[in-house]
Design a protein around this ligand. Structure first.
Ligand SMILES: [Fe+2]
Ligand SMILES: [Fe+2]
Length: 185
């Protein structure tokens, strides 16, 4: 399977995104996902890689304030078929994409690839990149930065993989420090 076809489609689709869901976000989530996958058993890397690459493709159609997993999944199917992705695995990719949005989904009975995608995506919502993305989100969604910081502080308990939890520690601290110092100012 040649993933460069998928990569180029996503890169092109998200090139105008200014909401924090651009190709750089996808690539950071991709690196986090592969790192988490090393610590997990029986991960289908083809399913994981395709799920990560296409999880936010809904943003190629503009900004979404709420749930966008089902829109990404709908758009992903023809892209996967065109790229020659193994047909028997397409459904697994689509389900992982559908449930990736951790603000709306916390089902426990999902595949390991779906859990890794959610954790990798959560990791890019915290740390310094998380702060930048949160501000971009607040501007686009007309939401309060203080409220978003409050919501982000709850993310700590939501990680589903051991490695995800471990990688989150330092980044959660960055969010908390930012929040405290912002209050002080
Ligand atoms: Fe998303
Ligand atoms: Fe994402």
């Amino acid at each position: 399977m040649d993933f460069s076809v998928l990569e180029n489609t996503v890169k092109n689709g998200l090139k105008s995104d200014k909401s924090g869901h651009d190709f750089k976000h996808i690539m950071r989530v991709y690196r986090f996902a592969l790192e988490i996958a090393k610590s997990e058993k029986k991960v289908d890397l083809e399913v994981l890689r395709a799920s990560v690459l296409l999880h936010d493709i809904a943003f190629s159609k503009g900004f979404f304030k709420g749930e966008h997993g089902d829109v990404s999944a709908k758009l992903a199917k023809p892209i996967l078929l065109k790229a020659g992705f193994p047909k028997s695995k397409i459904q697994n990719v689509l389900i992982a994409i559908e449930v990736h949005n951790y603000w709306f989904h916390n089902e426990k009975n999902v595949s390991i690839e779906a859990k890794i995608l959610r954790d990798a995506d959560r990791l890019d919502a915290i740390g310094y990149n998380g702060i930048i993305r949160m501000i971009l989100y607040c501007i686009n969604a007309n939401k309060s930065i203080k409220q978003e910081l409050k919501d982000l502080s709850k993310i700590e308990s939501k990680f589903e993989t051991k490695k995800g939890k471990q990688l989150a520690k330092e980044r959660i601290k960055i969010i908390k420090d930012f929040s405290v110092n912002l209050e002080k100012e």
